[in-house]
Structures are given as C-alpha cells and as structure tokens.
Design a protein around this ligand. Structure first.
Ligand code: SAM
Length: 180
C-alpha cells in the first residue's frame, strides 16, 4: 500500500522513521522524558502490585519535584516557628504517599492546636507509631493491638489472615519508638 501524503508531491515518512527524525531534531527533549516513558511502559508489569511506583510531594526534600522556595514559604512538613523539635521517622520507600498523608494530618492537628493524646488502633511493628511519636513527641501516644496478630474470632471469613501480623510484640514496638 502506498504511503499517504498530506502535501501532493511529498511522500510521508513511515512512522518509525518520522519518530527518529523528531528525536534527532530535539534529542534533549526526548532524553529528559526517557525515565518517565520507561516507567509508563513498565507499569503494566506492576498492575497487580500496590505501592510500587510512587510520587513524592514537592515539599519532600527527597522528592525529584522538591521546590525549596515553596517548602520554606509554607514550612513544608513542619510549621514555621514551631517550638517543638519534630522529626520524620524512617518509613518504607514504597509507602511514602501514606507517610506524607499522615504527616500532613499531624501537621494540621498541630497547626489547629487540636488538644489531646494520639491513639493508633492496629500498630503491627510500630512503623506508623514511631512516625506519630517522632512528629509529636510532646503528646501521649496510646497504642492498641493484640500484638499477636489477628484474633481467631476475626479470621473466620478470610482464613488466609490467620497468623498475619503475629511477628511483633509490644516490647519491640516500644523499643522502636524509643530509639531517638
Ligand atoms: C495493617 S496492620 C497495622 C499497621 C500499622 N498501622 C502500620 O501502618 O505500620 C493491622 C494491625 O491490626 C491488628 N488488629 C487486627 N484486628 C485486631 C483486633 N481485633 N484487636 C486488636 N488489634 C487488631 C493486627 O494485629 C495488626 O497488627
């Protein structure tokens, strides 16, 4: 089949050739897009897996879209002039969106002067408990869990859950939270 043409006498290049011609004209433009294009092409591989390809906020100093001017103007994860020494505890790299959502909720509690203690229902190994404690070291943190995994009474409808979250203990969580 002949290649169609827009202009009467100029044959149109086949798509691949046309693509390479565009790349040759603006190599920098295409080079910059290579990582995100690669991730996009790989994403179907991870479609059954949660929390693998994640973004980071522009107030996260570790994120590629970090904007220091904006972060310093609004305080970023912290409040400007806050007298309490707050820290952001280490968190699994594949779970940063959840971490950032939790930090912003805590920041909002501090900013609005919401009084009271903090409580977490479902602690497991204490990763989020440590985040709460290091961000709000001035508040009592109450932690509720069986610390032995799911109770058998809660596993009747989903047998696969039996034994889940059992690899923890209250002492191990306390050790983790007291580390700083
Ligand atoms: C998904 S984990 C919590 C993870 C934790 N919030 C974090 O982000 O690191 C769920 C926890 O809920 C606890 N849990 C489930 N059913 C419970 C119940 N009926 N009473 C107390 N704890 C329970 C489990 O033992 C488990 O540690």
């Amino acid at each position: 089949m002949p290649v169609t043409t827009n202009k009467a006498n100029e044959p149109e290049s086949p798509p691949l050739e046309a693509f390479w011609q565009r790349v040759a004209k603006r190599p920098g433009y295409y080079l910059k897009r290579l990582p995100s294009w690669g991730l996009l092409k790989c994403s179907p591989l991870f479609r059954h897996t949660a929390c693998r390809l994640q973004a980071a906020m522009d107030i996260d100093p570790a994120g590629w879209s970090y904007r220091p001017d904006f972060a310093s103007a609004v305080g970023g994860f912290f409040l400007p002039g806050d007298p309490v020494a707050r820290r952001i505890a280490p968190f699994p790299s594949w779970d940063l969106v959840r971490r950032d959502a939790l930090i912003l909720l805590l920041r909002s509690v501090v900013k609005r002067n919401v009084p009271g203690d903090l409580a977490e229902l479902g602690v497991y190994q204490g990763v989020t408990a440590r985040l709460f404690h290091e961000y709000c070291p001035d508040r009592t943190l109450l932690l509720f869990d069986t610390f032995t995994g799911f109770d058998t009474r809660d596993t009747t409808s989903r047998e696969g859950r039996l034994g889940m979250f059992a690899d923890t203990s209250a002492a191990a969580v306390l050790r983790l939270c007291r580390r700083w």
